[in-house]
Design a protein around this ligand. Structure first.
Ligand code: HEC
Length: 610
């Protein structure tokens, strides 16, 4: 069996050994059997915005990946043949996906093409072209058969011999793809492992042209996107503080970018614009990966990361009027640490208006998130309170990289005397015992504000995930009867959460997708703050749609055999579409205004006012 040089060069590109001598430079000198080709994991969004990780399909009997391209006649004419193969093999557990790496196509045009030509496959849109490049894709209409037991490519080439440029046979003489699938499902090696595909050429950017250097480009991106967490004492497990660190982590950096594990930002980049967006642009991802694949060159000039001084986070709005410190928490070296809840009486002796808050963990390496809610005192029936009053009570939050939150101008929150502050603490094991004594800083307003800054949102407590279900869908909705301004969105599910969307249904009948997190990750509880706050007129309905994965394929699932319903523990589930909003002040105008410091100094059990 002949092994094309393209296949051989792919072997090099695919091995983590891109940095291994012998690969890259003269691939033709290496002879490798096609069976040794393994595909590394990757993550991509499809034309509908759904997220796919290749390795999620480890339970498939085979994965077929077909290279699609808009406008290519061979692709369009090949789809009916692929449909026929799918009809036979999908029931046998074969997963069918397409890949589009054409620079001239984008998600919208791919979706249009799919609609126009009845292509109902997920088409993974490879905007960075990194997946196509690593597979050695040069033409569309090429089909790959990937064997999930070891992620090897057992066949690559055309579907059959029916189609050629401006020529079609009625019936194929050779059914390469179907033969390869039949063999692979039978545990045999397909007799033909690779054939030249006849498709349209994919305009791949030249990966080796002008590889960026660390000093020229890469250090700046790392500084902006990674160092918040990957700093000494940060939540990231290692620090990237020099060229040597970056070079040492280079292959892993490439892996987390390809799989989209890092930076931890789950929003679909095609939906909404967010002020706290930490994701990489297509160009930034390409720059880093090309740098890694070029051998991580340093470049000339000083090391920007080594030179930049890291300042420990501090009270960025100045010294708070009140500081509440939790009792020191102790964390074990390893294992899953379930959420902890602490209840601390708010140390205020009268109702106060608050204009800003900040949470400062003492241990950034172990603190994943902190959420503080107000449990209002008995008898304090605030007129805005929804049926789910505990929802409206979310008061302050911390996630890595978060800064002080100065509430929007002219807005504030009331903290009534007699309230309790409920701290929800999510710690992570770092490999050694850790302690933390998080502080909550509170800034008082001088006067009652015009608008109130609140957390609210739709909730659905009526969820029931069947054991093993890969995509259990549920929704929550709520109509708001006041004009309000939306500032942020904070989807909340637990380990089984898979994806979450917010859609606004406006009173004029129009709808708008506000946020989509197609690759939801329970570990990262965060707000997506709108770059431009949005006015939601009275009568707007917010619909949240959540998908849960209770199967063994969900690597976070603690037990796929359980029926899962609503509950506080992370092995239970939740469906909450938190929204941060401002709306006209409804709290009693008479609520007192604290003179700075007046309320401080009321030490309470579990809390110490500094
Ligand atoms: C918001 C904080 C945060 C940011 C920003 C961040 N990381 Fe991470 N990173 C983490 C945490 C936490 C882990 C450990 C994850 C785990 O428990 O496996 C991690 C792990 C990693 C790993 C180890 C592999 C793995 O999946 O565990 C690599 C490599 C990495 N990050 C690279 C990056 C790069 C490159 C960037 C910027 C493009 C980045 N990170 C941005 C927090 C962050």
């Amino acid at each position: 069996m002949a092994t094309s040089s393209r296949v051989r060069s792919t072997v090099c590109a695919l091995a983590i050994g891109i940095l291994v001598a012998g690969c890259g430079a003269k691939p033709a000198a290496r002879v490798e059997a096609v069976q040794t080709e393994t595909v590394e994991d990757f993550g991509l969004h499809d034309q509908r915005g759904d997220f796919h990780s290749l390795y999620y399909y480890s339970d498939a009997s085979a994965v077929v990946l077909f290279v699609q391209g808009n406008g290519c006649p061979i692709v369009r004419n090949g789809v009916p043949s692929l449909d026929a193969i799918r009809a036979e093999y999908a029931p046998q557990g074969v997963v069918f996906l397409m890949l589009n790496a054409n620079p001239q196509d984008d998600r919208d045009s791919v979706a249009e093409e799919a609609l126009a030509y009845g292509i109902d496959y997920p088409i993974l849109v490879d905007e960075t072209q990194l997946v196509a490049a690593s597979l050695g894709v040069t033409r569309t209409a090429e089909a790959f058969v990937i064997r999930p037991s070891d992620w090897r490519i057992v066949y690559r080439g055309p579907i059959d011999d029916r189609l050629d440029y401006e020529a079609q046979k009625v019936d194929p003489g050779a059914t390469y793809l179907a033969d390869a699938l039949a063999a692979s499902l039978d545990g045999r090696t397909p007799s033909i492992a690779g054939m030249r595909a006849r498709g349209c050429l994919v305009a791949l950017a030249d990966a080796h042209a002008d590889a960026p250097t660390y000093t020229g480009r890469v250090a700046g991106i790392l500084d902006e996107r990674c160092i918040t967490c990957h700093v000494e004492g940060g939540i990231g497990p290692f620090a990237i503080e020099s060229y040597e660190d970056a070079r040492g982590w280079a292959p892993m950096i490439r892996e987390v970018l390809r799989t989209r594990r890092m930076p931890p930002w789950q929003a679909d980049p095609h939906v909404g614009t967010f002020a706290n967006d930490i994701s990489l642009t297509v160009e930034e991802t390409q720059a880093i990966v090309r740098w890694v694949e070029a051998g991580a060159p340093r470049g000339e000039g000083p090391d920007a990361l080594a030179a930049s001084a890291r300042v420990a986070p501090s009270w960025s709005l100045g010294e708070p009027d009140l500081i509440v410190t939790i009792d020191e928490q102790e964390m074990p070296a390893t294992g899953i640490i379930d959420y902890r809840y602490l209840e601390i009486p708010a140390p205020v002796d009268r109702d106060v208006w608050v204009r800003g808050v900040q949470i400062l963990p003492s241990n950034y390496a172990a603190t994943h998130h902190v959420l503080v809610s107000i449990d209002y005192p008995e008898g304090f029936t605030a007129p805005w309170a929804s049926d789910e009053r505990w929802l409206d009570g979310v008061f302050a939050g911390y996630a890595p990289g978060a800064e002080a939150e100065a509430f929007p101008d002219g807005s504030g929150r009331i903290l009534p005397a007699g309230s309790k502050l409920i701290f929800q603490l999510h710690y992570t094991a770092t490999g050694r015992p850790e302690t933390d004594a998080t502080r909550l800083g509170i800034y008082f307003a001088d006067e009652a504000p015009d608008t109130e800054y609140m957390m609210t949102g739709p909730v659905n407590g009526d969820i029931e995930l069947p054991p093993g279900a890969k995509a259990y869908t549920a929704s929550a909705e709520r109509v708001f009867d006041v004009d309000m301004t939306l500032h942020g969105l904070f989807p909340h599910m637990h380990f089984r959460g898979k994806s979450f969307t917010y859609e606004a249904h406006y009173p004029d009948g129009s709808t708008e997708l506000l946020l989509s997190t197609p690759n939801y990750n329970f570990n990262w509880q965060r707000s997506y703050m709108l770059a431009e706050p949005k006015v939601l007129p009275a009568g707007t309905k917010i619909v949240c749609r959540a998908v849960f994965d209770n199967s063994a394929q969900n690597r976070f699932n603690p037990d796929p055999t359980q029926t899962v319903t609503w509950g506080d523990q992370s092995f239970d589930e939740m469906l909450i579409g938190y929204m941060t909003v401002t709306w006209p002040r409804r709290a009693p105008a008479a609520a007192g205004v604290a003179a700075a410091g007046a309320a401080a100094g009321v030490a309470a059990a579990g809390a110490a006012a500094e």
